[in-house]
Structure formats: C-alpha cells, structure tokens
Design a binder for this molecule. Structure first.
Ligand SMILES: Nc1ncnc2c1ncn2[C@@H]1O[C@H](COP(=O)(O)OP(=O)(O)O)[C@@H](O)[C@H]1O
Ligand SMILES: [Mg+2]
Length: 611
C-alpha cells in the first residue's frame, strides 16, 4: 500500500489538470450514452414503429421521447430520421473532440509526473554517499531514471483517467440498461464477480513477474553502459566473442522474463472477451424468454437491439477496469524501483548546528580511525597536524589507506572514531559545502566533463572571467596544448576527456584547482602515471599550485616528498613513521625501504638535472 500512497502524493501537483481532464472525460462519456439512446427513436423510425413512440414502454423511452420530440414533432418519418442522423453525427463528433482533449490534458499531467520523478531522482543522487556509487551499477540507476520512471506514468493514464472514464461509461451504460429493463440488467451483472475473481488471481502472479522484469532490464542497461566504457579493454584482450555471448545470455534472460510477464498481462484481454461474448448470448437468450426473468412485457425489437448494443459496451470498460490491476501491477513494480533509489539514505545533508567553516591556523587529525561500512578498519588511530601554509606528504605502499585518509578531509566520509579539526572545530560540526569551498582537490583519476576546456577549468568557479581561466591554464602548463586543439579553449573534450593524454588531463585538473584558488589543497598521486616529460610540466604546475597553500599531498615522487614540511608514513592503516625527509632517511624503517625501492630512479634523475 505504501507505494500506492507515495504515488498519490507525487500526483498531487497535477490534481487541477487531472480534474479538468476527468471533467472532459465525463462529458465525453455522457455524450457517448446520449448517442446510444438517440438510436432508439432512429431505429423505431426505421422499423416503422415511430407511431408507438409516444407510448414509450420504459422510463428511458419516455426520456428520449422528451429529448427528441421537439426536433421531430410533426415531421414525416423520412425527414425525422434525417434530423436524428444529424443529431447522432453531431453527438459523435463532439464526443470524440472531448475524448481527444482529455487525452491531451492527461499527457501533460503524466509527462509532468515523469519529469518530477527524474529530477527528484537526480537531486537525490547528488546527496548520496559516495559508497553508493561504488556498490551500485550505474546502469541500474539509469534504468530507474529512464525506463522505470517512464513506466510509472501509466499510473495516471491507467488508474486515474482510464479507470475514471470507464467507470463513467460503465455507469452511463448501466443507467441506460436499467432504464430499459432492471431485471435483465441485474441478470447481466450477476456474472461480473466471476470475472473479477478470475482476473484477481492473474494479477498477483503478474506483479511478481513484472518486478523481475524491471530488474533484468536494469541489468541489461548496466552491462551496456559498462561495456561502452570498456571498449578499449575488450579490444585489447580480444574478449569480443565472450562479451557477445554474455550479452546474448543476458538479453535472453530479459526476453524470457518479458514473455512471462506478458503471458499474464495478455491473458486478461481474452478472458474478458470470452466472458462478454457469453454474456451477450445469455442476454439474448434471457430477453427472448420474458417469463424466465418475470419481465412484465416482451421488449420491442428496437429496444432489445439497443440493450444489446449497450450491454456490449460493457465489455470495453469491464476489460479496462478488470485489467486495471494488471496495468497497475506493472506501473507499481516500476515505481518500486524508482522509490528504491529514492529511499537510499542521503548522506550529504546539513544537520542542525553545523556552522560555516573557516581556516586560519591549522588542520588536526586527532586519533582518526575509519572503516568502510562494516568492514575491517582501514585507518587506525592516526594523529598529525598540518599548520597553515605547510605541506604534509602521505607516503606508504599501495592499499595503506592514503586515499581514504585524504577523502576524510573534504568530508567525503566521516571518521568512525576520533576527529578532524579545522581551527579546532570538528569537521562534523561544519557544513560540507563550506568545508569544500576551502579546498582544491586534484585526485588520482582526473575527471573531465563532456564540455569545453573553458567550462572544465571553470567547473566549481562559476563566473570566472576568460582571462583568469586562461591565466590558470598558463600557470598549469596547459595553455600550450590547449591552444593547439581545433577550437582552442572552446574545444569540446568528449566523454571523460578521452581525447587528451593523461598528462594533459592532469594539467587541466590542476588549472581547475589553481583557478579556484582555495587555501587548502589535496593532491592524490597527481604525477604517478606520467612519463618524464609531462611529469616535469605537471610537477612545475604543481609547484606553482602548492605555493602559499596548506597542502596534504599523497606522493610517489621524491621531489614532492623531499620538500614537504612533514612526512607521514602509513602502513596497513597505521601511522608507522613521521618526520622530515632527512630525519626519516636517517632513521631507517619503512620510509627508508620505500625510498630505496621507489625513489632510486627519481634520485638519479634529480641528480642528473642538478649536474
Ligand atoms: N570504497 C571502498 N570500500 C571498501 N574498501 C575500500 C574502499 N576504498 C578503498 N578500500 C580499501 O581500503 C584500503 C585503503 O585503500 P586506499 O585508501 O585507496 O589506499 P591507497 O590510496 O593508500 O592505495 C584498501 O585495503 C582498499 O581495499
Ligand atoms: Mg590511493
């Protein structure tokens, strides 16, 4: 029930629109009934029984009589028939115009719902813990956002409008029927519960299958998005055949699930069709035996025809109304997947009491421990201080926890124990946005967006002038290669900036941090994967970036480490050494060993340059 209620809440902004749509629908349905009953005098006229019209045997006929009498009074039968046909045609035309209008109104409401769902999903994604994006396949999220949000809109078409329209048609038809013969109508209705029970059983199975289908659809989307990103890997390792077979298996699974789902949803239609067929036969049979139902008088042939036509009109609304749970089951399964994403707890929300961050004196890591989720501790009891304007380097073997430690500073995660203090205020008491406004981050993998170089550098510095952006690129040693791009600074970089080399991407990321000009800088192995030439350019850029800033740098290169004011050595999440390069080199231990292994080549290079 929860999902249904939440959907009702989502639809709330569109009540006005929907009410208008329903009103128009109502008018169309009433007109529909009108067209139907006007058939009675027409048929009587054609059967040559028009004279009996005045002596209308039923209440309905009396009404119709009252309605059409002014139109046809005193006219010869042929002319009266002509008038009735005109009325019929006009009624039919207006009815369909209304139906079209109601359809247009509905589309506006349902597309509004889809847009709302998508923007809510997107906004929610922006608040989720970074861990969510590591746990979840992007395709599943994309699928929720695109297909499932789209499917959810059937809630409006199916439930609100179609249901309403059909209920109205059903009621109007029932009024017509009962006015012709109450007993015959009751006889007809006696069979309806049978249909409802039959369909109900189908629906339950259907919802289960629909849920499974939504999941499979997400998996297919996920695979496609991942493989598109991994095309280079697939080619290099010749995995095309295996990927093709794997994808084939996956789409076949989806096919199977879709067929299963469809099997149940398609069954509703033939079941109702057969049901109404039998109903018509039963009605004819009962109507021709007045004594059977205790009818006072046999019905006029024209009346029986209209009764049958009306009874047949029950089929379509009955089909829709009874198929309604099926359609709803599909929409609800989709809505559930949308809500599943929306229900992921937001990590990035400001809590009451959080203040604005300011930075004048120092950053203190005070006995900080951290674990991802319920896992093993990744950081244990880490304490050190970064005074303003100083550079602290983190060194350690891969997997030691350097990146994790650096992620704690902008509050991508909060420590499991201990605290990080910014000017003696714990980070957890400061608003995330205000903390991050103080920081520039150049991370291990440089992230570029599919937009111009200019916009990529200005990301996070809205309103920066073109001059300042170009100056930042200059300082980052990036202006040279940027000017050689086809449209210079206005070149669009393509998905993930793939048209640039690693070193070029990194220099754009550095330009971005330079432009932001924030007092605190976090650098994560910014030079780890570069060749010597681009490394020299990047290193120069980094040196400029680090000038007069407070820096936490994760370094693999000797040059950066040697000049650091302090070096923190991590091993398996623990701080094993701390000191300056000279102190640690003398002391031996892990730093010395890392130094000997990792930096020997650098030392040779540095030495060569010095000479
Ligand atoms: N999102 C994550 N979830 C669970 N464990 C993680 C996650 N990220 C990193 N780890 C684990 O934390 C440890 C430290 O990783 P990391 O901080 O990236 O090390 P480093 O940057 O020093 O190479 C590793 O054992 C790694 O497997
Ligand atoms: Mg790392």
């Amino acid at each position: 029930m929860r999902t249904e209620l939440r959907l009702v809440r989502l639809v709330r902004p569109y009540w006005g629109l929907l009410a208008a749509g329903l009103a128009v629908t109502f008018l169309a349905s009433v007109l529909d009934g009108f067209v139907l009953v006007v058939l009675i005098p027409l048929l009587k006229n054609l059967f040559g029984t028009a004279g009996e019209l005045n002596a209308g045997s039923t209440q309905l006929e009396a009404w119709v009589d009252w309605m059409v009498q002014p139109l046809v009074a005193g006219l010869p039968p042929a002319q009266a028939a002509g008038r009735l046909v005109v009325v019929l045609a006009a009624g039919l035309l207006i009815k369909n115009a209304f139906a079209y209008l109601s359809n247009q109104i509905t589309v506006r409401a349902q597309e509004g719902l889809v847009r709302d769902l998508r923007t809510r999903l997107f906004d929610h994604l922006l608040t989720l813990d970074l861990g969510y994006f590591q746990r979840t396949r992007p395709g599943q999220v994309i699928s929720a956002m695109m297909s499932e949000a789209d499917q959810t809109k059937t809630v409006i078409t199916a439930s609100l409008v179609a249901l309403f329209r059909n209920v109205v048609v059903l009621l109007v038809t029932l009024v017509v029927l009962s006015q012709i013969s109450m007993r015959l109508t009751l006889f007809t209705l006696a069979f309806v519960p049978l249909l409802v029970i039959l369909l109900q059983r189908l629906i339950r199975r259907l919802r289960v299958h629909a849920r499974a289908r939504s999941k499979e659809r997400g998996e297919v989307t996920a695979t496609v998005t991942e493989r598109i990103g991994a095309m280079r890997l697939i080619r290099s390792y010749g995995e095309e055949a295996r990927e093709s077979a794997g994808f084939d298996a996956q789409t076949s699974r989806y096919r199977k699930q879709a067929i299963r789902t469809q099997r149940f949803s398609s069954l509703t239609s033939p079941i109702t069709e057969v049901f109404s067929g039998f109903l018509v036969i039963l009605i004819i049979w009962a109507a021709t035996r007045p004594d059977l139902l205790g009818l006072e008088a046999p019905l006029a042939p024209a009346t029986i025809i209209v009764f049958l036509m009306a009874a047949l009109r029950l089929t379509s609304p009955l089909k829709t109304i009874s198929g309604f749970p099926a359609v709803m089951a599909l929409a609800l399964a989709s809505a559930e997947r949308v809500f599943q994403v929306l229900d992921e707890p937001s990590a990035e929300v400001d809590r009451p009491g959080e203040g604005e961050a300011r930075f004048e004196r120092r950053i203190v890591f005070d006995r900080v421990s951290f674990r991802y989720g319920d896992g093993e501790p990744v950081l244990r009891d880490i304490s050190f201080t970064i005074p303003r304007g100083k550079v602290v380097a983190l060194v350690g073997p891969s997997g030691a926890g350097k990146t994790t430690l650096a992620d704690l500073l902008p509050r991508f995660h909060d420590p499991s124990a201990g605290q990080i203090l910014l000017d003696d205020v714990p980070l957890t008491r400061l608003r995330r946005r205000s903390i991050r406004a103080l920081m520039g981050v150049v991370s291990q993998d440089t992230l570029l967006l599919n937009t111009t170089v200019l916009a990529n550098i200005a990301y996070g510095s809205a309103g920066a002038s073109r001059d300042r952006i170009e100056a930042a690129a200059e300082a980052a040693n990036a202006a040279g290669f940027i000017r050689q791009l086809p449209q210079g600074f206005d070149t669009v970089l393509g998905e993930r900036g793939t048209r640039l080399s690693g070193g070029q991407r990194q220099r754009i990321a550095i330009a971005r941090a330079l432009l932001r000009d924030s007092p605190i800088l976090i650098l994560d192995e910014a030079t780890s994967s570069l060749d010597t030439e681009s490394e020299r350019l990047v290193q120069q850029a980094i040196d400029r970036l680090m000038r007069e800033r407070t820096v936490l740098v994760i370094a693999h290169r000797l040059a950066t480490v040697r000049d650091a004011d302090e070096i923190v050595v991590l091993e398996e999440g623990r701080m094993v050494q701390q000191g300056t390069h000279d102190e640690l080199s003398r002391a031996g231990g892990l730093y010395r060993r890392l130094h000997d292994l990792q930096f020997r080549e650098d030392e040779a290079a540095v030495g060569a340059r010095a000479r």
